[in-house]
Design a protein around this ligand. Structure first.
Ligand code: IP8
Length: 246
């Protein structure tokens, strides 16, 4: 099975609060629908926040480590992410993709060490019954810290492990991991070989940039790819566009 993340910056206008990039989301939904029509059954989708969620989180001083015990703050972040989730579901349903939501706030938690515990029995049953579960970055109860942010990337890693995914895809705003000359690095097998390049490309969102993504993906059993929206269809079709991380 495949775990696919749609980057928040891909499907939203990241510089304008709570603004969808409708065209990009339509393209992503088209690619997913085409893959389903082509017989791709077992797919779990996760989306990030982009302009829905990150600004609420920073407004309330909430990150993956700094939490809140103010339910209104947690709900502001969660509500923004649910709004975006509704947009994603709607675009998929319009294309007859049987997409259903899974809200991490209600499904999992972090323990006292900050480790994510995400039960996936419901996701497995959804897959068996032919649905496409759609999860999203969210707030999540965190032992000793109130509620903190859980990023889409963390969810992807947890799902890939629990569901023993064959492949993981991160659909990003860049065509892959870029080297010093902005060329796509074809393959990454270890972090050291790309540490210098990645150090320079820290993103500004609360859950970290490309370096964190590469580390997370290297630690997975499943083969992972980072690629741009233009390559989503080929990824879902079984090819290895962008950067392969193994
Ligand atoms: O965009 C975080 O998800 P991400 C979402 O995958 C929130 O980092 C709630 C900020």
């Amino acid at each position: 099975m495949i775990v696919l993340k749609l980057g928040g910056s891909v499907i939203t206008e990241k510089d304008r609060p709570e603004t969808l990039d409708g065209e990009a989301l339509e393209r992503a939904a088209d690619a997913i629908a085409a893959a389903r029509d082509g017989g791709r059954e077992d797919l779990v989708v996760v989306h990030g926040g982009g302009s829905f969620g990150h600004h609420n989180a920073s407004e309330h001083g909430v990150s993956t480590t700094d939490g809140t015990r103010d339910a209104s703050a947690a709900l502001a972040i969660h509500g923004a992410m649910k709004t975006l989730n509704q947009f994603v579901l709607r675009r998929l349903l319009e294309r007859d993709v049987q997409a259903v939501p899974v809200h991490p706030f209600s499904a999992g938690h972090r323990d006292g060490e900050g480790e994510l515990d995400l039960p996936t029995g419901q996701v497995e049953t959804m897959l068996e019954e032919g649905f496409v579960p759609v999860l999203h970055g969210d707030v999540i109860a965190h032992a000793g810290a109130g509620a903190t942010v859980v990023s889409g990337d963390e969810l992807v890693a947890a799902l890939a492990r629990a569901l023993e995914a064959d492949r993981v895809g991160l659909c990003s705003t860049v065509p892959g991991v870029l080297d010093e000359a902005d060329a796509v690095i074809d393959r990454i097998d270890d972090f050291e070989s790309v540490a210098d390049v990645l150090g320079a490309s820290e993103a500004t969102d609360v859950t970290g940039g490309m370096a964190g993504k590469v580390r997370t993906l290297l630690a997975l059993e499943a083969e992972a790819s980072i690629f741009g929206l233009e390559s989503l269809e080929s990824f879902l079709g079984g090819e290895n566009p962008g950067t392969t991380i193994d």
